[in-house]
Design a protein around this ligand. Structure first.
Ligand SMILES: C[S@@+](CC[C@H](N)C(=O)[O-])C[C@H]1O[C@@H](n2cnc3c(N)ncnc32)[C@H](O)[C@@H]1O
Length: 338
């Protein structure tokens, strides 16, 4: 085995391994689900295999079957189970039976966005979003490749803002940050809640490097990108820097230690590696310290059935928001053995 180059940090080595493993890796694919104009990536995905990993499906493949991923957008599952979580109670109010009509969200999101606009730092988030969009447009002109920032869409960012406002978490843990649109919206909501809440996050940063030829292959599709000189979560407004801690590295390695260090978690948000195995691992880790009426939210639940399986395993209710964000409402006290 070759001796590792001591000038390259273990994190850089890990990122390089991930990148070279596949040109369309799980991380690249993430961008397909998140951004608006994505035809280049979707075309690549359509031609990719149905399975990305064990029990993890390519949603753009012609044979994708939502039943396999247990992906039922807008449905509350295990609705006969109870939870006192305020978000669950609000979602139930919006529902007709076990389904929330998509139009019911329009007003909720509009009100959330109107409120978010009044929170100090909002303008900085939107300026940073615009900066990334023009940075990417310039890269695309220069290198004739396709770049995606790999962020949640604005609708989901608004949902996350609303979820944090409903549940008033003191401690949020997030796996998978990239530029940090979702972190920024959750942080605005934490700030609106009061001076206490904190966000702890873990991310493998994919920072654009013009000197690295891997980043500039014409015709290539890159699904996550942080501009050069920036780092994971840089979209979070500067005034809240003292309320967020971001560790660079692999959640597989870092999440258990982070959770050991925390007394309790009120909200866990997954948006890292969307394989069934990794998602289940992160949910079970979060559960170790999940507070009474705790909440686990995951992005891209259309890829696999992990979140629904997790809800069934612990016999608790959940909700699938438009096939992207999914959530379960539980606490350690719901789980036998704790
Ligand atoms: C879709 S992006 C996150 C987007 C973010 N939630 C937002 O809204 O802006 C996924 C991020 O997870 C990171 N990631 C992937 N696998 C990871 C892992 N095993 N541990 C930590 N981060 C990981 C990727 O490098 C990328 O930065």
């Amino acid at each position: 085995m070759a001796t590792p180059d001591p000038r390259v940090s273990p994190l850089d080595r890990h990122v390089r391994r991930l990148r070279t493993a596949a040109r369309i890796s799980i991380d690249m694919v993430v961008g397909a689900v998140h951004s608006g104009s994505k035809s280049a990536l979707r075309n690549k995905l359509r031609a990719s295999p149905l399975l990305f990993a064990e029990r993890t499906y390519n949603t753009a493949h012609p044979d994708y079957d939502p039943q396999l991923a247990r992906n039922f957008p807008n449905h509350i599952h295990n609705i006969d189970r109870t939870s006192a979580n305020p978000l669950f109670l609000e979602i139930k109010k919006l529902a007709k039976g076990d389904r929330v009509p998509p139009r019911a969200w329009r007003q909720v999101r509009a009100e959330a966005m109107d409120e978010a606009r009044t929170v100090p730092g909002f303008d900085q988030v939107m300026e940073r979003k615009t900066f990334i969009e023009s940075y990417i447009a310039e890269l695309e002109r220069r290198y004739r490749a396709k770049y995606e920032p790999g962020w949640v869409n604005l609708v989901d960012a608004q949902f996350l803002y609303w979820a944090v406002r409903q549940t008033k978490p003191k401690t949020i843990v997030q796996a998978g940050v990239s530029n940090g649109l979702s972190s920024a919206f959750m942080m605005l909501a934490l700030a609106k809640n009061g001076p206490e809440g904190r966000l702890y996050a873990i991310d493998i940063p994919y920072i654009f490097n013009p000197a690295d030829p891997w980043w500039t292959v014409a015709g290539q599709v890159y699904g996550v990108l942080i501009p050069e000189g920036k780092s994971s979560g840089w979209m979070v407004p500067d005034i809240y820097r003292d309320r967020i801690e971001i560790e660079a590295g692999d959640a597989k390695l870092l999440l258990p230690g982070l959770i050991d260090r925390l007394d309790r978690i009120d909200l866990f948000f997954h948006d890292s590696d969307h394989t069934y195995q990794q998602m289940m691992f992160e949910f079970e880790q979060a559960l170790r310290k999940l507070a009474p009426n705790g909440l686990i939210i995951a992005d891209d639940v259309s890829w696999n059935a992990s979140l629904r399986d997790f809800a069934d395993k612990h016999d608790v209710p959940g909700y699938n928001h438009q096939g992207t964000l999914g959530m379960v409402f539980l606490s350690r006290s719901d789980v036998k053995g704790f």
